[in-house]
Design a protein around this ligand. Structure first.
Ligand SMILES: O=C(O)CCC(=O)C(=O)O
Ligand SMILES: [Fe+2]
Length: 279
């Protein structure tokens, strides 16, 4: 495959690009790398019209980078590189993780000390309505923050986690989220605002799901700043909602986006998504 394809912007800015006319089954390493570069520039890249088996998605990801194994211990699918995000059970057993029925803005695995740069998400089966993924352009969100917040938090680190505190945050909003003790992770520190080397810009990295506190601040002051930032990142001005077509492979840059499922798949409708994470 030579990377000759049609492109279609998904928003009025550089944020989000769809490419048509490619077959990822015949992509070589250079093609895969070129697509990763596009994903880094546009933050969300939708490669439409694919027909990928799980193994073909894994093979493509292996050409694009180093695959991060799935993070949850109880992965029920047979490919250790892949996680199913689906509400469909197989022989009465959950095939994967259904996703919570509410918004849970995050950057994938940002609680790890070296978080993965890219996530690939393949739409195997999409519901008639709902089942979108919402993406926040965290480069634009950073640019749009008030100068006093940027100055006050410049160079500050925050505590990122995947633990009890997240369950408590969900509970405070009236939602249940269960994280098995074996899946919980020790806290890590990352900058509140993180440089995005491909664009030379800064991105908001703190997010509602995984950021517990700003390091070295009282909890009250930290909560105040963080709640302001989280609300800011949910401003529709920064959000693109991707409504999937079957055969979309979406590649997003975790360093320059936050995302959440819309939590709105109607009862009885199937959504089968496959996630492979790469560095
Ligand atoms: O279900 C979605 O749209 C997003 C799921 C998600 O955040 C993930 O798999 O990392
Ligand atoms: Fe995610």
């Amino acid at each position: 495959m030579k990377l000759r394809c049609e492109t279609e912007p998904l928003t009025s800015s550089e944020f989000g690009l769809r490419v048509n006319g490619l077959d990822l089954r015949v992509a070589d390493q250079d093609d895969a790398q070129a697509l990763i570069d596009l994903a880094a520039t546009h933050q969300v890249l939708v490669v439409s019209g694919q027909q990928l088996t799980p193994q073909e998605q894994i093979d493509f990801c292996g050409k694009a980078g180093t695959i991060y194994p799935h993070p949850l211990k109880k992965n029920t699918c047979q490919w250790p590189e892949m996680t199913y995000v689906t509400n469909v059970a197989e022989n009465g057993k959950a095939r994967g993780y259904p996703g919570p029925g509410f918004h849970i803005w995050h950057s994938d695995m940002c609680y790890e000390s070296t978080p993965p740069r890219f996530t690939t998400f393949y739409a195997e089966r999409v519901p008639e309505e709902g089942g979108d993924t919402l993406f926040c352009d965290t480069l634009a969100a950073y640019d749009g923050l008030p100068a006093e917040i940027k100055e006050a938090l410049e160079g500050k680190q925050a505590v990122f986690g995947f633990s009890q505190k997240l369950m408590e945050r969900c509970q405070a909003r009236g939602h249940m989220l269960q994280i098995d003790p074996e899946d919980q992770r020790p806290d890590t520190l990352h900058p509140v605002f993180r440089p995005h080397p491909p664009t030379g810009r800064k991105a908001v990295y703190a997010n509602w799901t995984h950021t517990d506190a700003i390091d070295g601040m009282s909890q009250e002051q930290s909560d105040q700043y963080l709640n302001t930032i989280f609300a800011h990142c949910e401003d529709p001005a920064y959000i693109y909602a991707h409504s999937y077509r079957e055969g979309d492979l979406v590649i997003w840059d975790n360093r320059a986006t936050l995302h959440t499922g819309d939590g709105a798949v109607p009862e009885g409708q199937a959504r089968i998504m496959r996630r492979v994470v790469i560095n």
